[in-house]
Ligand binder design. Sequence first.
Ligand code: SAM
Ligand code: SF4
Length: 498
Amino acid sequence: MELKTEEPKNWTNQRIKQEQIDKYLSNGNNFIDPENINALIEKTKNPDKATILNILEKSMRIQTLSALDAACLLNVTDPDLWDLMRQTALKVKKKVYDNRIVTFAPLYLGNACVNNCLYCAFRKDNHTNQRKILSLSEIEKEVRVLCGQIGHKRLVVVYGEHPITDIDYMVESVKTIYGIREKTAKGIGQIRRVNVNAAPLSIEELKRLHEVGIGTYQVFQETYHPQTYKNVHPENTLKSNYNWRLYAMHRAMEAGIDDVGLGVLFGLYDWKFEIMGLLSHNRELEKKFGVGAHTISFPRIEPADNTPLTENLEYKVLDEDFKKIITVLRLAVPHTGLIITARENAEIRKQAIALGITQTDASTKIAIGSYSDKTENQQGQRQQFILGDTRSLEELINEYIQMGYITSFCTAGYRCGRTGECIMDMLRSGKEGKFCKLNAVLTFQEWVDDFATEQTRTKAEEIIAKEIQEIKQTLPDIFEQFMDYYNRVKNGERDLYF
Ligand code: SAM
Ligand code: SF4
């Protein structure tokens, strides 16, 4: 595939399909009602203990909370009640996800962008940012390192919004990634799930992404507050269209992609308002399509090269509030995956795991091309922001083992049709947990055999032995087949799953 070198005429003007916004509006309005959100936050000030206990029971029953319930939780001020909420959040997570933590790596494919988001180093007017788009052979080099040397099986690929990295490039890059096989110590390394973080696309374009088998499609709204959205996304840019972005997931669902990822960029506006907006979005998807977000992300704005907005934030989210955000989300959408990335430092990431996080990245590099090019400057002018946690996958795995967690590389769900509404029902009822546990052990064993140092192997095998005992006791019917798969994995077979 030839990379496009120049912007086709009128590319930007033709991007937004107004009819693919209008069809979802109700009497010309979208589903975010700032006045109603503010009124709910106001009305639920100082909730009493009995109300909160009642809400926590609903979370323990793995129910999505109402807007009113979520607002009550956000308004708790009593430190003892927050303690109880944190403990309940962890119980909810254990009930749905047990002791598994899913791991992935981000792969930035290009940093050219036609937008001018004031918080992002990739914005068009940031002339100190060095632009680079990976060619398909450069992508291949990156992926060989990720799946052949580090041991990742899941990626999220990230694109700026630009004609050079348009839908043709996206499709070809995803196909390239899925096609790569790399010999490892005992088997074959391969990326089995490619999630996509990209600009809003049209239904026709999303169908093409669905056809190449992407996992989750993520678009973060950044801020649900319309005026703030306007302030940070200059007029006459594609991204300034709030509704085109807001309905990106509606279009994805219509195109057949039912694993979608929502997110807020925290630090742009009041965090309580943003959570209420995010939860409205989730409820809207549940109402219209029977399934809400597969994952939710909540990046905080990090310093970025030559990007003054990131250094002077009126709504900067402090660590204590950040932990409250995670706690409330875990309680409000008990079965939804929660992602924390290496934007955050190691200590916060560790604390966040105990509040309900289910997915983290590891060995993260975000300078374009820097997995394979070790000279690429991580602090430099080819990345979007500065990372907080640069630990390797092996270091993270060791930390998780110490905490009693097993690292899962499972990608079975979407390949067996366990996506969207189906997987959410299974998570609610605890059925998915059964498959996940088996697949977590199988994929973790793959990683241990292919990539672990001796020291890590010993510790990892202790936790695997414990998991196998648990499987024997809790899933006797399937144990024999599981052990057959397990022994085959030990002998070098790869990608066996339930
Ligand atoms: N260009 C696409 C878009 O804007 O949707 C997708 C890729 S963008 C590189 C991915 C996300 O990075 C954005 O949605 C935003 O939330 C986040 N981001 C941008 N600047 C950031 C910063 N300074 N610190 C932390 N996250 C940032
Ligand atoms: Fe471009 Fe996305 Fe950065 Fe905005 S956040 S400037 S759209 S890469």
